[in-house]
Design a binder for this molecule. Structure first.
Ligand code: HSE
Length: 287
């Protein structure tokens, strides 16, 4: 059995802690055999545990403490701590592992609820489970989510070669916001979502760049966002926004403008990699 979980990009600008899309980079978990103790074969870095301290096993055992140990193989092309949902993908894989090994028959709603409780917000885990575009709320302990088709476009990920931990990127956010500003920030998000549902990417892209919840507070941590936005406007693509807590920036482009946008991004001096992706429509899969 093999489990595949997509990368995700949370927020899409103003949809802070609520909106997300699944992307065509993946975490794979393969069950190799029964074992005496939990063991994960991976080459993702020295800091990532290979025993039951690994987040994958911890998640699976939290969901189903009765699971018997296995030897697993983990591979991933989702960069770590870059704002592409790498830890959410592990949590979602852990839940699916417990679900399959324990014959738990969890519904998609169950999985989204459990994963959100573990992650703290639904905007990465929900699209990692459902695929495509998901809008979710996590209020009074209950998650409600809606999946919808995301309009066709290319997605360019500009991934700086340094980590930015979500915790650090959240620590710069204010605790309070004036009422009128919150009303405006919410209206911007509402129009963005409605534009996506209508297939109107030109309008959605404009609204994605008008976030009032988080991007301005994080700008000193992600100075490249402003430069990328200027380039995006020059090429005339749909829009650019901080992916989750950063430092990755996503640029949504019309297919015919993708090459021009990539050429512009390549001229930036920062040490970064550029990936041409698409929206994953399926979410977590078991083969
Ligand atoms: N909505 C979250 C944030 C996503 O921006 O902090 C990162 O986990």
């Amino acid at each position: 059995m093999k489990i595949r979980v997509p990368a995700t990009s949370a927020n899409l600008g103003p949809g802070f802690d609520s909106c997300g899309i699944a992307l065509s980079q993946y975490l794979y978990i393969e069950i190799i055999k029964d074992a005496e103790a939990w063991e994960i074969d991976h080459s993702l870095g020295e800091d990532i545990p290979k025993d039951k301290k690994n987040l994958l096993i911890q998640t699976a055992l939290k969901v189903n403490p009765k699971l018997s140990p296995k030897k697993l193989k983990m591979t991933s092309d989702i960069p770590l701590a870059r704002g592409l949902g790498s830890s959410s993908s592990v949590i979602v894989a852990g839940i699916e592992l417990a679900n399959r090994l324990g014959n738990m028959h969890l519904s998609q709603k169950d999985k989204v609820q459990i994963a959100t409780e573990m992650e703290g917000h639904p905007d990465n885990v929900a699209p990692a489970i459902c695929g495509d575009f998901v809008v979710a709320s996590y209020v009074d302990g209950e998650v409600r989510h809606v999946k919808h088709h995301f309009p066709m476009c290319d997605v360019i990920a500009y991934v700086p070669n340094h980590e930015l931990l979500t915790q650090e990127s959240r620590s710069v956010l204010p605790e309070m916001m004036p009422y009128q500003q919150a009303v405006q920030a919410s209206a911007i998000a509402n129009v963005m979502i409605a534009a996506i549902l209508n297939g109107n990417l030109p309008l959605a892209g404009v609204m994605m760049e008008k976030d009032r919840w988080h991007e301005s507070h994080r700008s000193h941590l992600v100075p490249h966002l402003t430069n990328i936005r200027e380039l995006a406007h020059k090429v005339g693509v749909y829009g650019a926004f901080l992916s989750g807590a950063g430092p990755t920036v996503l640029v949504l482009t019309q297919e015919e403008k993708t090459n021009a946008m990539i050429s512009e991004l390549e001229k930036l001096s920062e040490d970064a990699s550029i990936h041409l992706l698409s929206v994953d429509q399926e979410g977590v899969q078991v083969f």
